[in-house]
Design a protein around this ligand. Structure first.
Ligand code: DUC
Ligand code: ZN
Ligand code: ZN
Length: 455
């Protein structure tokens, strides 16, 4: 036995009970009372909650984007993850015209392997089928552990968008090979039409980022994607859902029995489009943009009915000077915000306030992500699983500030947010990586998670 965590309240997606957890060689080997200590290190978690580590299935680390590179590397992004109770991140390498899936993914692994402080997996973004050769590679990619592929319906000028036919081919090939297709849904032609109009009228502030991509722009793309996925009977995972109309279409399809999954992000649950009117509105610029109150209400409702499957972050921070490129032209603001360190503390704080249950937070941030994306060893506090564990103090008061975060960015949209409760320790496969405010892990300790497909 290496470690025993005693007397904590274990929270799973369906239960809460007090017990001890025994850990050996990175695995949970027993859960019970009066477990034999046999020389193990003992941690007393009386009065604390014991949660499975969060799995943030949506990050963009060191991502070339918006004329720069997102400011968190694999090291700083996963250091921040550890300090926010995230024990696995899913990053998004991007395949480009002429390059293969495995070539892309292996290239990113070379960057990641020596830096990562928590475990990690990759979804692969597909931007071009390379005359069909990419589809022929799906099977090999799935065997390698890449069991999800992402498409963009936007970023047309940037060469990242796929058309409806390409999207459909990917959906079908993913289904055939036991993978799933993730989608960023917005309509680029409608966005460009709005941008052209606003810039001509001299409307250049961050508020026009929102107005050029309002609710209907996302809803059209959500509904088109749901319609196609239903029609060809293939699984679909919609990332960062932010609008009510699209959400309702996806939920209806789920209720009809279609294999559709919905992710949303904390920024859509906490803020509304009003933030784009602020002096620092450009710091909140992400795509899809944060929507109005009606959409936020619909997202919370779907969190509580069970219709939303996961909450992840779309973590993609940029420095203030980069955000400032768009001071006088919202189209020049690099899109993205920080979030990986805030995901679990924010959602757990909402549970502490009674907005949802702690079990539901575990389900949304850990158990469902593991199930949907094939991480058999992760996602719950169960004998045999990896000892990815967060000790959470429900009484600890915490105010988010850029000064107490562990990323490499110089501002955060979460500045000043008060939370009720906060993680006090994070363990990845039994190793302590975060201890009461400090990162205590080791870069390169994180492992690539070889996922299993759906067949
Ligand atoms: N949206 C963002 O805001 N940032 C990264 C990529 C994306 O789709
Ligand atoms: Zn996206
Ligand atoms: Zn994203």
């Amino acid at each position: 036995m290496d470690l025993i965590i005693k007397n904590g309240m274990i929270i799973t997606s369906s239960e809460a009970y007090v017990a001890d957890i025994a850990i050996k060689d990175g695995k949970i080997i027993a859960i019970g009372t009066d477990l034999e200590e046999k020389g193990a290190k003992v941690v007393d978690a009386k009065g604390k909650m014991i949660l499975p580590g969060a799995i943030d299935v949506h990050t963009h680390l060191a991502m070339p984007f918006g004329g720069t590179v997102s400011s968190d590397s694999y090291l700083s992004g996963t250091r921040a993850a550890a300090c926010g109770g995230v024990t696995t991140v899913f990053d998004y390498p991007m395949q480009r015209k002429g390059s293969g899936i495995l070539e892309t993914v292996k290239g990113r692994r070379e960057m990641a392997d020596t830096e990562v402080c928590v475990d990690y997996a990759f979804h692969c973004i597909i931007t071009d089928l390379n005359d069909g050769k990419i589809l022929d590679e799906f099977e090999e990619a799935v065997n390698y552990g890449i069991t999800s592929f992402k498409c963009f319906f936007v970023y047309k000028k940037e060469g990242m968008m796929v058309d409806d036919a390409t999207f459909t081919k990917i959906l079908l090939k993913a289904k055939e090979t036991g993978a799933i297709t993730n989608l960023h849904a917005e309509n680029p032609d409608l966005i460009d039409l709005n941008i052209e109009k606003f810039l001509k009228e001299g409307k250049t502030s961050a508020w026009y980022h929102y107005l050029s991509r309002p609710e209907y722009v996302e809803a059209e793309a959500d509904k088109r994607a749901v319609h196609i996925a239903k029609s060809v009977d293939a699984p679909l995972y919609i990332v960062h859902m932010a609008d009510k109309e699209g959400l309702e279409a996806a939920v209806e399809a789920k209720m009809d029995g279609h294999d559709i999954y919905i992710e949303t992000c904390p920024q859509y649950l906490e803020f509304t489009s009003e933030v784009y009117k602020r002096e620092d509105g450009r710091n909140f610029v992400c795509s899809p943009p944060i929507k109005g109150q009606e959409s936020q209400d619909a997202l919370w409702k779907a969190i509580n009915t069970g219709a939303i499957d996961t909450v992840a972050t779309d973590h993609c921070p940029f420095q203030s000077y980069e955000k400032d490129w768009g001071k006088d032209d919202f189209t020049k603001i690099p899109n993205g915000c920080a979030g990986v360190e805030n995901l679990y503390p924010y959602m757990l704080s909402k549970a502490n306030e009674g907005k949802l249950s702690f079990n539901r937070v575990v389900e949304l941030c850990s158990t469902n992500p593991a199930k949907i994306f094939g991480c058999a060893q992760k996602g719950s506090i169960t004998v045999g699983k990896d000892a990815d564990i967060v000790i959470y103090d429900p009484e600890k008061e915490f105010t988010i500030s850029v000064d107490n975060m562990h990323s490499d960015y110089d501002h955060t949209i979460w500045e000043g947010k008060k939370l009720k409760g906060y993680p006090v320790q994070t363990y990845v496969r039994g190793a302590l990586v975060y201890d009461n405010g400090d990162f205590v892990g080791t870069p390169g300790f994180g492992k690539f998670v070889k996922r299993v497909g759906r067949k």
